[in-house]
Write a protein that binds this ligand. Structure first.
Ligand code: ADP
Ligand code: MG
Length: 566
């Protein structure tokens, strides 16, 4: 009970920080139980991990808040944000050295993703918190610790985890919104669309570093008549908007007219968004992958031969490896890796593409013969990808009309408003040939499945340490994995989850026989049957995780410089 907890605190007051280890255990209080699962060894070390659990009978949530995976995901997300808000509202951080007085829950951005910061089921509701046990220098500050553990945390739990004390209407709205978004995404697939963007959506963001909606002056999205469809959502009812059909779609238009902004909104349409985000009713095929040029990335035995062959030094491009890829080879590798895990939609922006990967016009074809050009540009593959493999492409391109010949649809952004210009583009093609010769002679074969070797995961002196750094980087022992260009990894706790996943793969899965895809599918199977917690090496508080897509997990592995493929 809390009396025991206080007794321990009194007995260690003023002692060295390690004495806090005595706190490990569980302590009952009026509303529930506080579990102290991990105690940091030092005020500057990673914070301690505690859980506060309230029995379902007391928490009083209706089963409708968590009786389907979608509802549970929405509720957990909502309660996580409620806890975060109440920490901010109710708790004044006490001073001290290092992380003294820190109290936090995992990060929540604009997406409603599966998280493990809160657990809700028929038996209980539980919040997982990180705590910096207070210290003066390296000495225990018992009074401050008591206030944090026995006052602040119970108060936050009471105001966040009891159905009677939260905003019930908002919770139910979020649950219904997530259901609608999930339905919308399924509808996109069954109607053979690549993406849907609702009328009234707000696409631009506040700034390059903020994913919140642009506050002032945003032009709401309005579908061109030619693409406007209506979808009837189970909770909200009808929404109208632009349905982009499968196939090859160009987004054209002058600079600064909103092309990239539209594509970015589509990229993140693989996720559900919060009420008020502006992108609530934008849904994209959930296997969509943004493809960029990523100079300098490593590539391990990827078949990039459909795009690049006959390299001057006679390098192998069927099992292509490099420590330092060029713009075009990295872009080719990104596509081939996406096909390997499986994708139905590629999203490409000229702003972040290698020009020589995208185009090779008639004049250049005359000057530099095909035999002297290792690159088969994307323009010669994009139709085959769709026709033979069912992989659609949405491509932002303002600089080359050669693509008109291979497009099914052309949408022009004009002062942030889309217009259908497919007919005009066709006419231009029929009147003025580009004189370009198609160069993608042979069809693309099956993408090979690459088996991952256990030896990819080497041990350091102290075993393995895999550390997340926001959404930009992972450190595997001393190997730096640069993931900045993976734009569809949106949450730092997705990165944390991938760190755990790498360790999990190393310890439980990798066997030199399974392919990357199989490995990632195994991981996903575990999460589906046992939840995110199953990935954690810890007992009790498992560490904060948000679920990444398979594509981002495999994306990290593919960018891992130690990756070894059989
Ligand atoms: P493009 O790719 O066509 O050059 P961008 O998508 O980069 O253009 O947009 C240019 C600028 O316009 C960006 O600063 C963006 O925030 C802003 N913008 C984009 N769409 C809208 C919109 N619907 N309303 C207001 N501003 C917008
Ligand atoms: Mg742009």
């Amino acid at each position: 009970s809390f009396q025991e907890l206080e007794k321990i605190l009194n007995s260690i007051d003023g002692r060295g920080y390690k004495a806090y280890k005595d706190l490990k255990g569980e302590y009952g209080f009026g509303d529930g139980v506080l579990h102290i699962d991990y105690v940091q060894g030092d005020p500057f070390a990673s914070p301690s991990r505690v859980r506060v659990r309230i029995p379902a009978s007391k928490a009083g949530f209706p089963t409708g808040a968590y009786d389907t995976p979608c509802r549970r995901r929405a509720t957990v997300d909502f309660l996580s944000r409620t806890v975060a808000r109440n920490i901010y509202r109710l708790y004044d951080r006490v001073g001290g050295s290092g992380k003294s007085g820190l109290l936090s829950i995992g990060h929540c951005g604009q997406e409603i993703i599966e998280r493990n910061y809160v657990v809700i089921d028929k038996d209980m509701v539980e919040a997982r918190l990180e705590v910096g046990l207070p210290a003066a220098g390296r000495r225990v500050l018992a009074a401050e610790a008591r206030r944090l553990l026995t006052e602040a945390i119970p108060q936050i739990a009471k105001s966040s985890l009891l159905f009677e004390s939260i905003n019930q209407k908002k919770l139910m709205e979020q649950v219904r919104l997530a259901e609608d978004q999930q339905f919308l995404r399924e509808e996109v697939k069954s109607r053979k669309l690549s993406a849907f963007v609702a009328n009234g959506s707000i696409l631009p963001r506040e700034s390059g570093v903020s994913q919140r909606p642009m506050a002032k002056g945003a032009v709401p999205f309005k579908s061109p008549r030619e693409y406007e469809i209506e979808i009837n959502l189970p909770n909200r009812g009808a929404v109208r908007g632009m349905g982009i059909p499968e196939g090859v779609t160009l987004i054209v238009g002058g600079g600064f007219h909103g092309k990239s902004t539209l594509l970015q909104a589509i990229e993140l349409g693989v996720y559900d968004h919060l009420e008020g985000d502006g992108r609530e009713y934008i849904a994209t095929r959930d296997t969509a992958v943004k493809i960029k040029a990523e100079n300098g990335r490593s590539v391990e035995k990827v078949d990039i031969s459909p795009f690049i062959s006959n390299l001057p030094a006679g390098q192998d491009t069927v099992r292509f490896s490099t420590e330092n890829a060029s713009g075009s080879t990295s872009q080719a590798a990104n596509i081939m890796e996406s096909l390997e895990i499986g994708t139905e939609l590629l999203l490409i922006d000229e702003d972040t593409s290698a020009t020589n990967f995208m185009i090779r016009d008639a004049r250049m074809q005359q000057l530099v013969q095909k035999e002297k050009e290792p690159i088969t540009p994307f323009i010669d593959r994009v139709r085959g990808l769709y026709e033979n493999k069912g992989v659609s492409t949405i491509l932002v391109i303002g600089g080359s009309g050669d693509y008109f010949e291979v497009a099914d649809h052309v949408i022009m952004m004009d002062e942030y408003s889309p217009r259908d210009v497919t007919g005009a583009a066709r006419e231009i093609v029929s009147f003025a040939s580009s004189k370009r010769k198609a160069e993608g002679s042979s069809a693309m074969g099956e993408s090979p499945r690459r088996a991952i070797l256990r030896s990819s995961f080497s041990l350091g002196r102290k075993g393995v340490k895999i550390k997340p750094r926001g959404t930009d980087q992972i450190l595997y022992n001393n190997t730096d994995i640069d993931i900045r260009d993976m734009e569809q990894l949106v949450d730092p706790n997705q990165t944390s989850a991938i760190c755990f996943i790498m360790e999990y793969i190393m310890k439980n899965i990798a066997n030199d026989k399974m392919t990357l895809t199989q490995v990632v599918e195994r991981v996903y199977g575990e999460v589906e049957s046992k939840g995110l917690d199953a990935l954690s090496p810890y007992k009790g508080h498992p560490g904060n995780m948000a679920l990444p897509r398979k594509h981002e997990i495999i994306g990290v592995l593919n960018r891992f410089r130690d990756l070894k493929i059989k």
